[in-house]
Design a protein around this ligand. Structure first.
Ligand SMILES: Cc1ncc(COP(=O)(O)O)c(C=O)c1O
Length: 450
């Protein structure tokens, strides 16, 4: 292993970090994380903190999940790779597909298409949605609707339906035919509406208005996160997603649920769609499907979509999409072990209980620290604190202040994530009560330090 000096001297020198300015990474070198155990990570200086980021919303079972590690290592020895492109498959991907079919049966999803991660899953769902309409003879349905503030990865298709300028502007022109609906975000919205239910209705009206304006016969799909995550943890009113489903049904539009962070228990329910009582046409998953230990994803497909593809006699349903790593046997073995562990530990129940504790904790912080303009959460282990320099004007806090809060929180025992003027919390779902308290008290110290 290279010396500590070597690592510190070369930190960020010869690589560009995702979602960071290269010059900023050099000026403010990132923490070098060396090891992890349970829900805690340890940096190069031996400093240990609770990982309130959960890797990147993916290490739901923590860092010491032996069954997943063992499954990966055994599979590497048995069959480290083989393609599942037409003509070949492998034993573990067949087994995983049957398990996912059972797990997502209540969501009405019975087929899987495998990917290497969340952005890939989105891309596949967008493509299959257009293809579905073409098979059915509605080739004009090519447009997409999505929510402002939504995050759907960084491929060009995903960025085109993405609802945050930070991920779009420098990469324009993006894909034509993508239209954005206001998000059900009570703290800031174009309707000046603070009542969640009324806002949900206003956003649904805006969606219907856009459908009529575009012409329903031109729209392939609506893509949305059941609870917006990276955009700042925005849980909609319970009527919102069912309302989107109803509009999609009314106008023949497919519903793609982006569950890259919400599938497998994060909201307290096994999927975000189930949380709201909605059955999507496609569900995009990745991240926690392998506990983050192996890059892997799956798009789950409804019976009704499957029927159209499988019943096609014209050849149009041949799938011209796929990744070298689709159905990777090591990923599949990891996912099988991960799903067994996820279900047997009932991590969704812990996500609910600890989520309540975390949300109550940040509620208390809001009454104490004037910089906290808005807090969001209350649905499992995903919370955000939105920081402002002035509560009336809601002016977002400057970058230096939020970075200092994050730094102090880190020094005080919790790694939290900064996204714009939000602090986002998404710890592993196996976190216990004491570890949850550490996050709250580290944040308290962070806010107290400014
Ligand atoms: C909702 C959502 N969709 C898609 C993605 C993209 O996933 P990946 O980073 O694995 O490509 C993410 C990543 O955070 C996400 O949160």
């Amino acid at each position: 292993m290279k010396s500590e000096n070597f690592l510190k001297e070369n930190n960020a020198r010869s690589l560009w970090h995702p979602m960071a300015h290269p010059a900023d990474s050099i000026a403010n070198p990132p923490e070098i994380i060396m090891k992890a155990e349970g829900v805690k990570i340890t940096d190069i200086n031996g400093h240990q903190t609770v990982d309130a980021v959960g890797g990147l919303w993916n290490v739901n079972l923590g860092y010491s999940c032996q069954p997943v590690k063992q499954a990966i290592s055994e599979q590497l020895n048995k069959l480290p790779y083989y393609s599942i492109f037409r003509g070949t498959t492998n034993d573990v991907i067949i087994e995983l597909s049957e398990m996912l079919r059972d797990f997502f049966e209540p969501d009405g999803l019975s087929r899987a298409f495998y990917t290497s991660g969340g952005s890939d899953s989105i891309e596949i769902a967008l493509r299959l949605a257009r293809q579905y309409h073409k098979i059915r003879g509605e080739a004009g349905r090519v447009k997409y609707l999505s929510l402002k503030k939504g995050y759907h990865g960084t491929h060009t298709g995903g960025a085109s339906v993405n609802g945050n300028a930070n991920f779009r502007t420098q990469y324009e022109p993006l894909m034509p035919g993508c239209y954005h609906i206001p998000a059900p975000y009570t703290y800031r919205n174009p309707f000046n509406e603070t009542d969640p239910q009324k806002l949900a209705q206003a956003c649904l009206s805006a969606m219907e208005d856009e459908i009529k304006f575009q012409g329903a016969e031109t729209i392939a799909a609506m893509v949305m996160e059941p609870i917006l995550g990276a955009g700042g943890v925005i849980p909609p009113h319970e009527t919102f997603m069912p309302g989107v489903r109803a509009l999609c049904d009314k106008y023949g539009i497919l519903l793609i649920a982006d569950e890259v962070i919400t599938a497998f228990g994060r909201t307290g329910s096994w999927s975000g769609s189930r949380h709201w009582g909605v059955k999507p046409d496609f569900m995009c998953t990745a991240k926690a499907i392998t506990n983050g230990y192996f890059p892997f994803g799956a798009v789950l497909i409804s019976d009704q979509i499957a029927e159209i593809f499988e019943g096609d006699k014209t050849g149009k349903a041949a799938i011209g999409s796929g990744y070298t790593y689709s159905g990777h046997p090591v990923g599949a073995a990891a996912a099988i072990a991960c799903l067994k562990e996820t279900v047997s530990l009932k991590v969704n129940d812990n996500a609910s209980a600890r989520g309540e504790q975390l949300f109550a904790g940040i509620n208390a912080l809001k009454t104490k620290h004037g910089i906290i303009g808005n807090i969001r959460g209350g649905h499992g282990l995903m919370c955000a604190l939105e920081l402002v320099s002035d509560k009336t004007s809601k002016t977002p806090i400057d970058k230096a202040t939020i970075n200092n809060i994050q730094k102090t929180a880190y020094e005080s025992g919790a790694m939290v994530r900064v996204s714009g003027n939000n602090i986002i919390l998404s710890p592993p779902l196996i976190i216990n009560e004491d570890e949850t308290d550490i996050i709250i008290s580290a944040l308290d110290t962070g806010f107290g330090s400014i």
